[in-house]
Design a binder for this molecule. Structure first.
Ligand code: ADP
Ligand code: GN1
Ligand code: MG
Length: 371
């Protein structure tokens, strides 16, 4: 997507129902998809307030109106449940701020879509695990999220990205990207390409089980990386699941696996020193424990048994997506340096390899909790 222009930001700010005097606005967070800004408003003696403003990525999400309908639906649902439980809905779920016209999104003069949320105060979204306990807490919260949405009317949800975790389809897209090689980059990444091609069985595994009806579709988040959850600065509890763009019917193993891919890694997603990258079994176990607990006994034995496969599949899929984007000219994920997507794909493949080596250990851990 084209860079955000100053005039677009100003236009967006002027069109949301904000109170107070704007004293600061700046780019915020480390998401790969949307353009996120933090806004600070002054209210005189009452102090300051913060808002999140986002330009939605219309390359990735071609139907922003449907997307916002999903988010309004899911957040209203969660809000009600949080209120019933005596929680604070302004901190425990996203709150969509309306435009001055009462809409959940604003379309600027460039045709770009914007939305705004209340800022979740006194909480942090981490790019890497600092304390095992935080990772455990994030697992409980992602599990809870799924449990709270277990009876959400799934047929009212739009599919915001078609086949988002259809790894089989993503494998086909990858092969096409290699064949087309539009940037002339394939020759230099033969080793990585071969790594993917050797694992078609991984791409097919969960898809086949789903097709055969052996595992249930649930309402899932589908993008459960650690920085998509807010952890309370005082209590250490994960209080709010954010980044709801991909809430759609999916598999519990997608949510479990994507969290492991990102949070159980001993290094950053774009680490270039691959010796630093491995899948921590301590973090894996903490997440297994928290996720099963958070889901409140709703996961079937089969789903729990498939957790290592979920972790491997999601890591493999993400690596393949990064490499596809590298081959296609970095049009999907935001990059901040040359070969950024290639570096990211390499960490994912290193993790897949490490999981393959630790397969028996992962299964043993799972067995401890699968009764
Ligand atoms: P992306 O899809 O680009 O990842 P996110 O919705 O995850 O976009 O937002 C990017 C980052 O902005 C998050 O990782 C988080 O740090 C921050 N953020 C988003 N929404 C909020 C919020 N309501 N309160 C506080 N921080 C937020
Ligand atoms: C993107 O939006 P963000 O940065 O939380 C991506 C995920 C990937 C992740 C890799 C909509 O997540 O699917 O796993 O990057 N989101 C979308 O870090 O494609
Ligand atoms: Mg995000």
């Amino acid at each position: 997507m084209a860079k955000v222009m100053r005039k677009q930001i100003d236009e967006a700010i002027a069109n949301f129902k904000y109170e107070g005097i704007l004293v600061a606005d700046r780019a915020y967070g480390s998401g790969h998809i949307n353009d996120t800004f933090l806004l600070i408003f002054d209210h005189g003696e009452e102090g300051q307030s913060r808002m999140i403003l986002q330009r939605m990525n219309k390359n990735v999400f071609p139907r922003p109106v449907e997307l916002m309908a999903n988010i309004k639906g899911v957040t209203s649902w969660l809000r009600k449940k949080i209120e019933e439980n005596g929680g604070d809905p302004d901190r425990e779920t996203l709150t969509v701020v309306s435009t001055v016209d009462g809409e959940p999104y604003f379309i600027d003069s460039e045709g770009d879509y914007w939305r705004s949320y209340l800022f979740i105060t006194d909480a942090t979204s981490y790019d890497q695990v600092e304390k095992v306990e935080d990772f455990y807490e994030s697992a409980v919260a992602f599990g809870n999220f799924q449990r709270l949405l277990a009876d959400y009317p799934a047929d009212t949800l739009y599919e915001t990205i078609e086949g988002f975790h259809n790894t089989k389809k993503r494998f086909a897209t990858f092969k096409k990207a290699v064949e087309e090689d539009v940037m002339g980059r394939a020759a230099s990444v033969q080793k990585e390409i071969q790594f993917v091609l050797d694992r078609e069985d991984v791409a097919n595994y969960l898809c086949d089980l789903l097709e055969k009806g052996e595992i249930p579709l649930r309402v899932t988040h589908n993008d459960t990386k650690l920085n998509n959850i807010m952890i309370d600065d005082h209590t250490g509890k994960a209080i709010c699941v954010i980044d709801l763009d991909t809430v759609m019917p999916g598999l519990a193993m997608y949510d479990f696996g994507d969290s492991i891919r990102f949070g159980a890694s001993t290094a950053a997603e774009d680490e270039v020193d691959l010796d630093k990258v491995s899948c921590s079994m301590e973090l894996f176990e903490a997440y297994v424990r928290g996720y099963i607990e958070g889901c409140g006994g709703k996961l079937t034995k089969r789903e729990i048994e498939l957790m290592p496969m979920g972790a491997k599949t999601m890591t493999f899929e993400c690596g393949m997506r990064f490499l596809t984007d590298y081959l296609q000219g970095d049009t999907y994920f935001k990059i901040h340096r040359e070969r950024h997507n290639l570096d990211r794909s390499r960490t994912q493949f290193k993790l897949v390899e490490d999981m393959e080596n630790k397969w028996d250990v992962m299964k043993e851990i799972i067995n401890k909790y699968n009764y």
